[in-house]
Every structure is written in C-alpha cells, then in structure tokens.
Design a protein around this ligand. Structure first.
Ligand code: UFG
Length: 335
C-alpha cells in the first residue's frame, strides 16, 4: 500500500476536508507533509504522524523547497477560500487565493518533478444546472467569483497536465458535511456559514436559531436541495483517485456526491432528531447565488474509481457533526 501513495503533500491539511484526508492517508501508511498557512485551519487539526510546514501554497519558492526536501511524489491541493458570499464582496482575494495560488503551486510541482496532482474543485462550477443529477459534461456556469475561481483553477490543472505530463484528478465536491466517526477531526472554522454546522450550533444553544434562506424555490418543499456527502467518504474518494493515478490510470474529472439530495427543512429535521431539541426556525429572504437544486450524477466516480460510499445517510452525517460540535464545546469549557 505504501507504494501506491508514497510521499504526499497535502495543502490545507489543517483545514476541514484536508485534515480528514491526512488521517485516511496515514492509516494507509502514506508519508504525509501538510503545507498550511493556518489562516483558517488549526495546528491541532493536523494529525500526529504528519509533518507540518507552515506557509502559503501560493509561495512558489517555499513550495518547491518543501516538495524537494520531502521528495513528494503527489500533491493534494485543498488550500483555498470557500465562502460564496464572501467571494462576491472580495472577488480578487478569491481569484488570488484559489486561482492564482493554484497556478503558482502547479509551477512548483512542475519544477520539483511532482507526477500526480489532485485538485479540490466544487459543484459551484455548475452554477444552477438545468437538470439534476448533473453530470461532469454539463455546462459550466458558476454563479459567483468563488465558483469561477475554482473553474479557472480547473483549466490550469488540466492544461498543465497536458503540457507537462502530470496525472491529475479534479474532484468536484458537492456539500461536504459531517465529521470523522472516530472523533479525530471535524469542521474547525469558528465562523460557520454552512447549514449543518449552524443548525448543530443552534441545537447546542450556541446560537438563537436557524434562518432558512428562502422557501419559495421550485423544489418539493420550497427550500433548496443539496447533495450532502460525508467528509470521510470524500476522503476515501481521494485515496481511490491517488491509487488510480498511481497505477497509471488516466487523468479525470469527477463529481463527489451521493446522487440524491436533502432539502434545508429535511436537514433541520435530522438535526432535531439527532439532538432531541426543537430548533427555533424562521424563514428569511433567499441568499443571492444559491442554486435551487444541486445533486451529483455519480456514475463516473463509481465506475472509474470503484468508489462506494460507506456513510450515505443524512442522520449519520448530522449525528457525527453534532458529536464534533459537542466536543468543541467541552474543549472550550475546559480551556
Ligand atoms: N442555508 C440556510 N440557512 C443557513 C445556511 C444555509 O437556509 O443559515 C441553506 C442555503 O441557502 C443552501 C443550503 O442551506 O440552500 C446549503 O447551504 P451551505 O451554505 O451549507 O452550502 P452551499 O450549498 O451554499 O455551498 C456549499 C459549499 C461551497 C460549495 C457548494 C457546492 O460551501 O463551497 O456547497 O454545492 F461550492
């Protein structure tokens, strides 16, 4: 197994998704180096057993030095900004940190002779698709600078792969949620914007209630529908992508979701079930840039990587997220 993964550099390995993937890689005996500037990630989130290099993924000289020093063969690039609404207010920060930094990191990879690159893209590249489930060949029409910065980076990744012989996987995440069932990792950022984290915080009394951003959408209950994927299943998809590329498989672009969705109201009901608490819910205006429905067509990833989810269950996702938020509360009380 060690040969399949070798030495892997994980940018953003101190963040939410990256920290889960680092645990999964270590479990499979990979040698893991985390490159993270700790701007949104946390030092404590980096698994024991991984080497942490503090710096920005867009710092070319630093990235080349780290790649060379640790003789990394593969790069998983998670580092980036992820808040859609923030990207509307500050597009240049998103273009710099998501597109610009990816460009520089790719340059560093070429210079250091890295052969494999896995890029964290987003379902946001589809915008509001005409049809769901949406497959990878659907039109790409992101609604905000966030999605456009991810799409620009996708182009760079594929162009670089063609020109310089890299093997790449571009993974388009749908709504990543939940926490490591073993309790080792979870959503670390304090400023939650994601629905499940907000609802869990409300269930634990950390905030007054939850506002539903619009209930007049053309969906079964009027609220937006999303394809929530457990972060541990997503971590498995990364390992499967690395194995595929390591075995000489062709470069690919894949949706990462389950192929079915849950509405905002269904998510809130799941949080009420998991917590045993009634949430104080009010309906507010729509949030600009929200697609009514985003559901992945998952046929390609299932076929190409033989990936099968293990935790495809909204109650399991929410229960793990709630458990993580509880642990954060207990840890804060102790400190
Ligand atoms: N929502 C509410 N109230 C809240 C928070 C969210 O009603 O307090 C709703 C949103 O309007 C949306 C749904 O819950 O309909 C999910 O919202 P999230 O903010 O949790 O997630 P998004 O779907 O907006 O975005 C997420 C990631 C993006 C990624 C996108 C891809 O944040 O990085 O999924 O689908 F691009």
């Amino acid at each position: 197994m060690t040969e399949a993964f070798g030495r892997v550099l994980v940018t953003g390995g101190a963040g939410y998704i990256g920290s889960h993937v680092v645990h999964a890689l270590l479990e499979r005996s990979a040698r893991v180096v985390v490159l993270d500037d700790l701007s949104t990630g946390a030092r404590e989130a980096v698994a024991e057993g991984a080497i942490l290099e503090v710096g920005n993924a867009g710092d070319r000289a630093f990235a080349v030095a780290v790649l060379r020093r640790h003789r990394c063969q593969a790069v998983l690039h998670f580092a980036g900004f992820i808040v859609n609404s923030e990207s509307v207010r500050d597009p240049l920060a998103y273009y710099a940190n998501n597109a610009g930094a990816t460009r520089t990191l790719l340059e560093a990879c070429v210079e250091a002779g890295v052969g494999t690159f896995v890029y964290s893209s987003s379902a946001a590249v589809y915008g509001a698709p005409d049809r769901v489930p949406v497959d990878e060949d659907a039109p790409l029409a992101p609604l905000a600078p966030y999605g456009r910065s991810k799409l620009a980076a996708e182009w760079m990744v594929r162009d670089t792969a063609r020109a310089h012989g890299l093997n790449v996987a571009v993974l388009r995440y749908f709504n990543v949620a939940g926490a490591d069932p073993a309790g080792r990792a979870g959503q670390v950022s304090r400023n939650a914007t994601h629905l499940i984290k907000i609802a869990c915080q409300a269930a634990l009394g950390l905030r007054g209630g939850v506002e539903i951003f619009g209930d007049g959408y053309d969906t079964p209950d009027g609220t937006c529908v999303r394809d929530y994927i457990h972060v541990s299943d997503l971590a498995d998809a990364h390992l499967a992508a690395l194995e595929h590329l390591g075995a000489g498989g062709e470069s690919l672009t894949l949706n990462c979701g389950y192929g079915h969705g849950a509405s905002v109201r269904e998510v809130l009901a799941a949080v009420e079930r998991a917590s045993g608490r009634k949430l104080d819910v009010r309906v507010g205006p729509c949030r600009p840039g929200d697609a009514p429905m985003l559901i992945a067509d998952t046929r390609r990833i299932r076929k190409a990587l033989k990936w099968r989810p293990r935790l495809d269950d909204l109650d399991a996702i929410v229960t793990s997220a709630l458990g993580w938020e509880r642990r954060l509360v207990e840890a804060a009380a102790r400190s």
